[in-house]
Design a protein around this ligand. Sequence first.
Ligand code: NAD
Length: 335
Amino acid sequence: MHKITLIPGDGIGPSIAEVAVKVIEAAGVKIEWETVEAGLPAIDRYKDPLPQHVLDSVRLTKVALKGPLTTPVGSGFRSVNVALRKEFDLYANVRPAHSFEGVASRYANIDLIIIRENTEEFYAGIEHYIDPQRSAAETIGVVTRSGSERIIRYAYEYARKHHRKKVTTVHKANILKYTGGLFLEVARKVGEEYADLITEDKIVDNMAMQMVINPHQFDVIVTTNLFGDILSDLSSGLVGGLGLAPGANIGYDAAIFEAVHGSAPDIAGKNIANPSALILAGVMMLRHLEEDAAADRIESAVASVIREGRSVTRDLNPGSPVGTREMGDAIIARM
Ligand code: NAD
């Protein structure tokens, strides 16, 4: 029996979380869920977007499955997602992008892993207006040698463990000579220790273009926080959209699994969101818990339902879609 924290989230979160839990339980894994609220529902109830009992729960269980949480744009409370990553030092954000047969997308056979540094640089929240008139603002992005080394090592170790061939470090060291320069210097040094893997580096603007015109040349990609956030959305676009892209936030003492996408307020409450990304985040979670057989079962059921294309949500079959819950039921029936 595993004890796991469930944070359903807001927007489309509760509906996709409900489906993900049903699918995971149908795979036969025994889980005791500790359900806690964060974000908008927690503000309504506890006047705090990240109540202490949520942190206590994750500290105890060490593993959470999390629906998306809205972050107000430009003002309002700071991102709860970022706060959770910082609180538990979840330094590695692993975001795979795999093609699914049956999904209309620009390319087939995409198999990319983006590993994003998750705690430093422009997401650390060191930012302010420089004067009361708000005539200018600054954000300070701190990149440390130790933070760079642990994420780059994580990427190389991941590549080795998963029999990958190449690690591409993405940076902007030509312009960001200190932060980008430090990250690149560490990457080149660590890369020398992994002679069994191909090591390369690319400037982020060129990388974005290369990923669009020839994504098959890449394998494992490691980069700093902001570039990783942007490139992982790009890579999910390559395989058919955000509805299929899962992510894991990994630290030494805890791990939080979630979809790459956000709370999608434009489609919330309509039973039309694709639950696959969060289900696939659940698959990553089961692998983390060494429940590989259940993970494989769910993954192939998701792939089979998507390949067939009859019981999928609107983003995958706009002409004749089913709802979020019905897609979940089809996945369960396929297991
Ligand atoms: P979004 O990812 O929520 O939505 C982008 C587009 O993709 C929308 O058109 C949406 O309808 C669509 N989409 C997203 N998930 C989908 C799904 N499962 N099925 C079908 N379509 C889907 O991005 P946004 O609108 O920029 O952000 C909304 C909120 O989510 C913001 O407050 C943002 O801060 C937050 N956010 C949270 C997380 C997280 O919890 N980790 C991640 C990203 C964004």
